[in-house]
Structures are given as structure tokens and as C-alpha cells.
Design a protein around this ligand. Structure first.
Ligand code: PGA
Length: 249
């Protein structure tokens, strides 16, 4: 059985008050035991979210080195040492806005695993790539490059998130069929590259997931949870999505 994960990516939103309120709401929520709930606050709100028995915490990014003269960066080791269990790697906003390449993403994934973190490797095609028809190749290339430094054992520590760029923050979601098609492809790529390990790796869907579309998307055979952006900023909505995930999978 694969882990069913609902993760909230706050992006660069929130405040200390927001984090405290979210902490209280999630601590008081009833989550199904079938779900692993994770939140990804901005770095300076992580401390407010750590230590709950209801959810795990991750960072939204890490650097490609474990220490050194890299002003402003945060290493996977420090993220793990602070008490986080997860880290997002290669989110499309970082790829597009900050020029993160597949090579950088691969290095971060490797270092995150070495530090004992679970990297959530984010992949997904742009609208142009979807319309050109070669979106499966684009996603495959990102998956292979992102995991290429890992051994067969290490890869089992990774979560993959498929987030079509055209569906992030746009209100447009992939249909359940479109998402399932790419998820099944990612799983078969993982299975052939890592000797069947793909069947054990959780693949999350992300891109305008909300309570209205969660049941349809999260009910798909190869969708093992969601990476939720905008809708994770509302505690009620986020908790509802967690409940829908448990019911629909
Ligand atoms: P969204 O973001 O749910 O706001 O589309 C998802 C993500 O970027 O992780």
C-alpha cells in the first residue's frame, strides 16, 4: 500500500499569527489514519508548526550543499536538524522564476535524501509543452533527471508531485483522465528505472486542487494524494480536502 499524502504548500504567504491559527486548527482536526498530512510553511514560520502529532512539516526549498559560504541559503541537514521531515524540490515556481535546472534539482534531491529528509520532487509541463503533445516526454525527463543520483533503495524515500504548470494557481485543473494518464506514465518510468520501485512511490497531483474537485482527482488509481497551494491557506478547506482524500481513495 502506498502512502496517501495531502500536503499544503503555503508558498510565500502567511504571518506568525496565521501560522499560530493554522497550528491550532490542524491540531484540533480529526485526520484519518490513512492520510499523512504535511505542511510546507515559509522558513520563518516552520518553528510554529513543528512538533504536532497530527501533521508533519517540510521546507519549501533547500540548497545544493550541506554547509559553507552560501549566504542566504539553507541546507538539507539544517532543515532535518530543525525537525522537518520533508522538503519540496523543483517546484515550477523555482524552475521558472529562479532558473532552477534539472541538474540543480537532482543535486538537491540527493542531498535531501542523504540528510534523512523526504524530498517531494515536483515535475510538470507548461501549457506550450502540453499543447505540443510531448508533455509525457517532458515530465519523464524531469523525473529521470531529478532522481538520477539516487540508488534503488534511496528512491523509495522520495515522493513525486505532478503539477502541470498551466494548472498552478490558475483555477484550471487537469481533468482526472489527464492527470491519471501522466501519473501512470510516471509510475511506469519509475518502475523501469528503479526495478519496480515505482509501485511503492507516492505520486501526488497538484494544480488548483480544492474541495470541489478533490474527490474526482484523488480517486484515480495512480494519484496518491495532493500538493495543495491556494486552498491550503484556508484551514477548513485544507482539512476538508484531507477528509475527501481518505474517503475517495
Ligand atoms: P495551487 O498550487 O493549488 O494554488 O494551484 C499548487 C502548487 O503550486 O503546489
Amino acid at each position: 500500500m502506498r502512502n496517501l499524502v495531502i500536503a499544503g504548500n503555503w508558498k510565500m504567504n502567511g504571518s506568525q499569527t496565521f501560522a499560530q491559527e493554522m497550528r491550532e486548527a490542524l491540531d484540533n482536526a480529526e485526520f484519518s489514519e490513512r492520510i499523512t498530512t504535511v505542511v510546507f510553511p515559509p522558513f520563518l514560520a516552520i518553528h510554529t508548526m513543528l512538533g504536532s502529532d497530527k501533521f508533519a512539516v517540510g521546507a519549501q526549498n533547500c540548497y545544493t550543499e550541506q554547509s559553507g559560504a552560501y549566504t542566504g541559503e539553507v541546507s538539507p541537514e539544517l532543515i532535518a536538524d530543525a525537525g522537518c521531515q520533508y522538503v519540496l524540490v523543483g517546484h515550477s515556481e523555482r524552475r521558472t522564476l529562479l532558473g532552477e535546472t534539472d541538474q540543480v534539482v537532482g543535486k538537491k534531491v540527493k542531498l535531501a535524501v542523504s540528510a534523512g529528509l523526504t524530498p517531494v520532487l515536483c515535475v510538470g509541463e507548461t501549457l506550450d509543452e502540453r499543447e505540443s503533445g510531448n508533455f509525457k516526454d517532458v515530465v519523464e525527463q524531469q523525473v529521470v533527471a531529478g532522481l538520477k543520483e539516487l540508488s534503488g533503495d534511496e528512491v523509495k524515500q522520495v515522493v513525486v508531485a505532478y503539477e502541470p504548470v498551466w494548472a498552478i494557481g490558475t483555477g484550471k485543473t487537469a481533468s482526472a483522465d489527464q492527470a491519471q494518464e501522466v501519473h501512470a506514465h510516471i509510475r511506469s518510468v519509475l518502475n523501469s528505472a528503479f526495478d519496480g520501485a515505482g509501485d511503492a512511490i507516492s505520486i501526488l497531483y497538484g494544480g488548483s486542487v480544492k474541495s470541489e474537485n478533490a474527490a474526482e482527482l484523488l480517486g484515480c488509481a495512480d494519484i496518491d494524494g495532493g500538493l495543495i497551494g491556494g486552498a491550503s491557506l484556508n484551514s477548513k478547506e485544507f482539512i476538508t480536502i484531507c477528509r475527501i482524500a481518505a474517503d475517495s481513495h
